[in-house]
Structure formats: C-alpha cells, structure tokens
Design a protein around this ligand. Sequence first.
Ligand SMILES: Nc1ncnc2c1ncn2[C@@H]1O[C@H](COP(=O)(O)OP(=O)(O)OP(=O)(O)O)[C@@H](O)[C@H]1O
Ligand SMILES: [Mg+2]
Length: 350
Amino acid sequence: MDNLIEPEIRRLSSEVCNQIAAGEVVERPASVVKELVENALDAGADQIKVVITEGGKDLIEVTDNGHGMSADQAQLALERHATSKIVSAADLFGVSSYGFRGEALPSIASVSDFSLTTRTRSMDAGIKLTVSAAGKISAAAAPAPVGTKVVVKDLFYLVPARKNFLKTTNTERGAILDRLQRFAMSHPECSFLLEHNGRRLLNFTRGDREVDRIAAVLKLKSDDQLRPLPESGGDEIKLKGYVSLPTVQMSSGRHIYFFVNRRAVRDKALLAALLKAYEGTLPRGRYPAAVLFLKVADGAVDVNVHPAKEEVRFADGGRLFGLIRQVVAEALSGYPVNGKADDFFSRFGG
Ligand SMILES: Nc1ncnc2c1ncn2[C@@H]1O[C@H](COP(=O)(O)OP(=O)(O)OP(=O)(O)O)[C@@H](O)[C@H]1O
Ligand SMILES: [Mg+2]
C-alpha cells in the first residue's frame, strides 16, 4: 500500500463547468434552437426567425424582436446561474417563463463558436458579444435593430466526442422543424420563420388562427378531420385543444402533442389517458393526432424535474388524466367507429 497516492482535489474552471452543464442542456442542434426560441419568447418577441445550415450542425441563427439586453446585462447573461426569471427556489412553482436556470446561454457558448448581438429600445446601437474557445467574452458596438440575435456556429467543435453523436443532416433538420412547429402551435400570436440551407421550411405569420396552425402542422383539414375540445376543467386545471376523428389513422403517436402552461411536454400518463379515450375507435397499431393544451395552476406542477424541462410532475395527475379521458371521449362520441355507427347514431335512428 506504499504506492497509494491521494489525488489532489481541484475546483473545475467555469469553462469546464459550463461544458459539463451543456451535456444536459444541449444534446443536439434542436436543443439549441429550443433554448434560444424559449429565450426569445420569454423576452416578449412576436417575430422569431431561425436560420440553419446542415441541420444546424454548421450554423444556427435565432433572431427575435424581443426587449433585448443592455450591454452589462448581456455580459451577465453569459455567466452561469445568471437569470432574470426567478429569484428564489419557491418561484419555481409559479414560474410562467420557459427559463429559470440561467444555464442555457453559457452552456451553448461553451460548446460552440458563439456570438450574441442585442439592443434595447433605449440604446442607440447594438452590442455584439463574442465568446472565445477559452470562454473569454469580447464586446464591440454593432448595428442592430431592437431585439437579440444569437449565432451558434460549429456546434460541439470543442467536444468532438459529442459531435460524433449527431445524426444526419436530415434527421437534425427534422428535429428542429418539429421543435418550431410545437412553438408555432402554442404561440399563434408570434411569427415563426425557418430557413434551412437557404430554403424556407416553415413560415407562420403573426396572428394566424390557432386552429389553422394546428391543422397545418398535423397536415389535416380542420373542418372534417379535427374536433375542437370545449374548454373544460376548473380553476386548478383547464383543458382545450383539438383531436382527430377516428377516420384519421396515424401509424405512430408522433402527431400527439401535449402542452402544459404552453410548455411542450412528453408524458406517458397523459398519452395513456388520450389513447384510452380512443379505445375501440381505432384499429390496433393506429394512432390519432391530437394537440392538447393544459393550464395548471401555480403550485400544481413542478417544471424542474427534467434537465431539458421536457417532463413535468403534476400534484394531482389522476384528475388531469380523468379530465382528458372524459372530454376527449365526449368529443368523439357520435362519430362512426371503425366504419360502424356508434350508440349515438343508433339511439337517434341515424
Ligand atoms: N433573446 C433574449 N432576449 C432578451 N434577453 C435574453 C434573451 N436570451 C437570454 N436573455 C437574458 O439572459 C438571461 C440568461 O439566459 P439563459 O437562457 O442562459 O437563462 P434563463 O433563460 O434565465 O434560464 P434557462 O437556463 O432555464 O434557459 C435570461 O434570464 C434573460 O434575462
Ligand atoms: Mg433560457
């Protein structure tokens, strides 16, 4: 045991801390797009433009017309755990912004060639911050409209092992498109533009009707393939949305979307409740399309349970699932089931 040498314990540099945090926050180009669009929406933007090349592996550029940041604030925004969105842990249970960790920007900056240009209404010109590979921030005046533009080049160039995990350009592009479609459905008041390798992939204009965006994303006709759900629930939980009629038979559950307080989430129990409502109406292995918006009161949902915030925890899941099952089943009642008329029609001699 003579050769046992105790290792020296050192504090990691902030750059390494950021890169480690990036392992959770930034999995692929679509996660960068998600974080930047969330920041834009949190900043009150109603115009968001995303330009990418090679599935976002080479370039991701997100421009918004939100409130922007002053020079000092923008510098601070690039530091870890710097946020304008919460002050105490208690705030997490009433958080209405997408962000709350103060981790997204420093994480993204630590694994890419990163710059941020921003301008507030009271500034005469914009300021551009560039982050070097060593994590050093340099600032220069730059002409810019009010708002913020973040440019992320060469994602993971500093962490080649992670770069190797990226999928093909088509797959990464598809994941980004899916992300933006979700934002577009939950934010009809905002315009969204996506360009990939110079081609426009998505273009939603401000003030579109929610149902038109949903129908466009699902590639369904709002009149004869989708049913609106009546707004239901009470003070604690509210549900609204659209579900497809049983005549729509998808080969996967890919067209089922859940939003909790406008946040896109995946939740097996919510999905099970929805599918239960379709029981007996769809052949085995076939899925509906659905977009459900849930509004849950402060304190009834914990958004801080998943590193990318894609899952949430409900205080009273049972009530939520019951509501979904009941409201969706009611919306579908009266529609021919598997080619046969169901009770509703036979009862009324239809
Ligand atoms: N597009 C933007 N427009 C205006 N302010 C922004 C923008 N992006 C970031 N900010 C500011 O920078 C801060 C840091 O952003 P960052 O995304 O790193 O953290 P966050 O959004 O607070 O939390 P999270 O890590 O959960 O996303 C934000 O709190 C916000 O004040
Ligand atoms: Mg953020």
